[in-house]
Write a protein that binds this ligand. Structure first.
Ligand SMILES: O=C(O)C(=O)C[C@]1(C(=O)O)C=C[C@@H](O)C=C1
Length: 355
């Protein structure tokens, strides 16, 4: 080993020792916070968002803001696990983008619990079998996830966070070559998202829709002539070779997930409030529902309508606005809306996704 290399590695070792000492100091402080919180909520989404935002703003480089935020996410995850280990339900099986979303939001110290359906994810959290739930709510190419919106209408759970995952699809196979693939398994949405790539690179190969990308990976692991389209994490879990990365036709393909718990979040300084409302059946009623937000200068970031499920042509509106329900402009808008809407349910106020 050259002298220069040896010296640099010695200096890295010294920095690592110092980092370790500081991490232990941070973990002990978090334990003290945990003792103060006894009987209260341990997971504090607003505080975590503030820590990550502060770190990104203070980042001197050369690591990217994203990289330092990911590191601090894991540090907080490990510190929180000392206070209270968390269980988080997601739409399984293991290896789905929902699991990636749960890990991205809570870090690797949280225990993720796979559920067979979105209904089951809600049920597990409602019944207190898990502490939090992570559910997909919208995709940039496919639009709203209807089942999640429908379940939000009746649940006792509150939205306490959001996270956004870039959906990068990969071609996975047991054999390390592209030749000889006879069929490709994937979720119908993923097959659709990779339509052009498949036409160009694997024309004539049968596309077989299955219930999830992870299920596709599981099947491909058992069949030498098959391949799967799934996320990178499925390759490791199911022992497959990653033949091609980023084969989705739209490179910005993104899914937004909601974090649900039995509480929402305190104001973090940069928040969203989600609500669902419906208008009485008379001319101009829907228009009037939007008035309070306009009058109080509250920006709307999403408006989605769904059949109410009660009467024909009766709709409910899912709305996201900027700001926290405890902050004056949103609070005033909501109190005016109470008199205008035939249904008004605040689904939660929560920090805007940082990572
Ligand atoms: O500040 C707190 O309330 C803590 O418990 C500490 C800490 C952290 O590691 O910074 C850990 C968990 C919480 O979700 C938020 C922050």
């Amino acid at each position: 080993m050259s002298d220069a290399l040896q010296t640099l590695r010695q200096r890295i070792d010294a920095v690592d020792d110092e980092l370790l000492r500081l991490l232990a100091q941070r973990a002990r402080l978090a334990q003290e916070v945990g003792r103060l919180k006894q009987g209260n909520l341990f997971y504090r989404p607003e505080r975590e968002a503030q820590v990550l935002r502060r770190i990104k703003a203070a980042n001197p480089g050369p690591l990217s803001d994203e990289a330092v935020a990911r590191l601090f996410r894991e540090i907080m995850s490990a510190c929180l696990a000392l206070e209270q280990p968390l269980r988080v339900a997601y739409l399984g099986p293991p290896g789905t983008f929902s699991q990636a979303a749960a890990v991205k939001h809570f870090g690797h110290a949280a225990q993720t619990v796979d559920c067979p359906s979105i209904d089951d994810v809600f049920r597990q959290a409602e019944a207190g079998m898990v502490d939090y739930a992570v559910v997909p709510v919208e995709n940039s190419t496919e639009g709203a996830i209807g089942r999640t919106l429908d379940l939000l209408l009746d649940t006792s759970l509150k939205i306490c966070g959001e996270t956004v995952v870039r959906v990068h699809q990969c071609l996975l196979r047991r054999e390390p070559v592209r030749e000889g693939i006879e069929r490709i398994y994937s979720h119908p949405q993923s097959l659709a998202q990779c339509h052009e790539w498949l036409n160009q690179h694997l024309p004539g190969v049968a596309r077989v829709p299955v219930s999830s990308n992870a299920e596709a990976a599981r099947l491909a692991a058992a069949e030498p002539q098959a391949a799967a389209i799934a996320g990178e994490m499925a390759a490791e879990i199911y022992g497959l070779t990653l033949l091609e990365r980023n084969i989705e036709d739209d490179p910005n393909n993104t899914t937004r997930f909601l974090v649900l718990g039995r509480h929402d979040a305190a104001p973090s300084g940069q928040d969203k409030t989600s609500l669902v409302m419906s208008a009485p059946n008379r001319p101009g009623a829907v228009y009037e529902l939007l008035g309070p937000f306009a009058r109080h200068g509250v920006s709307m970031t999403k408006l989605e309508s769904r059949p109410s499920g009660t009467a024909l042509w009766d709709y409910v509106f899912y709305v996201d606005v900027e700001g926290h329900r405890e902050e004056e402009p949103v609070a005033r808008s909501l109190s005016e809306l109470k008199n205008l809407a035939s249904l008004l349910k605040v689904l939660g106020s929560y920090p805007v996704a940082v990572l």
